[in-house]
Design a binder for this molecule. Structure first.
Ligand SMILES: C[S@@+](CC[C@H](N)C(=O)[O-])C[C@H]1O[C@@H](n2cnc3c(N)ncnc32)[C@H](O)[C@@H]1O
Length: 277
């Protein structure tokens, strides 16, 4: 599959996400992800939601008291729906690896279940660090990179009469297209956990908390085999603080003169960007 086809998959399948995982549709969001995210964003005033999707977490950040919330996402089919739903955030069609904001624009950056879809991980982490002010926080959710590798899952081994959780190839970085539901294809990048943590460290993002919660009751109740997996976390949270001193994280990026000022002053349902050709 060529790269442009890969990029198109989120455009084609945005509705799968919007209908299945937002606005109360998904117990993992309702019972776990949303409360965890809001607790870590408490007190933040300027929040960037990277890979905002249809904006569910961005809207909640506004309700929780943030004064400025901006959601970015390269998928036009996501940011336009986010803008229609309004609720306070501004949206820009943008890639995580090239954020259109000056340095130190935000005191919190959120990325929820996004980086496993991003190929340019180093550039994207560098951008998160750049747009965070010193002392700012990065609230970073991933599908657990160790336990949710491609090929992982519950195995019922009738030969040795044992049940166990299989971990797929963990150390191998891989780029896959997964059929997440019949005829719904989504691009995923698998990489080991150290890849994320080391990229963050290189850019002064110091992990202050790591959480691997038990899947919530509403998820476990969905199917009998899910109950068996209750000791296997699906989610990983890395909560990091942008180091305020000097670190050897590579040259500082120049401020990007972008549409940030336009967006800050724009009505809530404005979107900067346009459909991909
Ligand atoms: C699983 S959804 C999560 C949406 C949202 N964060 C949430 O929690 O509801 C992943 C999102 O990542 C976006 N995405 C994919 N590649 C991206 C990139 N290079 N930069 C930023 N976002 C990206 C997709 O368009 C999609 O909206």
């Amino acid at each position: 599959m060529v790269k442009s086809d890969r990029d198109e998959l989120w455009e084609i399948n945005a509705k799968w996400w919007q209908e299945g995982f937002s606005d109360g549709a998904d117990p993992e969001y309702e019972e776990q992800i949303i409360p965890m995210a809001l607790a870590r964003l408490r007190g933040a005033k300027r929040v960037l939601d990277v890979g905002t999707g249809e904006g569910q977490l961005a809207r909640l950040a506004v309700q929780a008291g943030a004064e400025l919330v901006v959601g970015i996402d390269p998928t036009w089919a996501q940011v336009t729906v986010a803008a229609q739903k309004a609720g306070g955030p501004a949206y820009i069609q943008s890639e995580a690896a090239a954020l259109p904001f000056p340095d130190a624009s935000f005191d919190a950056v959120l990325a929820c279940l996004v980086f496993e879809h991003i190929e340019a991980v180093d550039a994207a982490i560098a951008e998160v660090a750049r747009v965070l002010e010193p002392g700012g926080r990065f609230v970073f959710f991933l599908n657990h990179p160790l336990l949710q590798t491609p090929g992982s899952g519950w195995i019922d081994d009738h030969i040795i009469d044992e049940q166990y959780w299989r971990i797929g190839p963990y150390l191998t970085e891989s780029n896959e297209i997964e059929e997440v539901e019949k005829n719904v294809f989504i691009p995923f990048v698998h990489r080991p956990m150290s890849r994320y943590v080391n990229a963050m460290a290189a850019h002064g993002l110091l992990v202050t908390e790591m959480a691997e919660p038990t899947p919530p009751a509403g998820f476990l109740a969905k199917a009998a085999e899910y109950r068996d997996a209750s000791t296997i976390p699906r989610l990983l949270l890395l909560h990091a603080t942008k180091f305020a001193g000097i670190m050897g994280g590579g040259p500082a990026h120049d401020a990007v003169e972008g549409p940030a000022d336009v967006v800050v002053g724009a009505p809530a349902n404005a979107v900067v960007g346009g459909p991909r050709a």
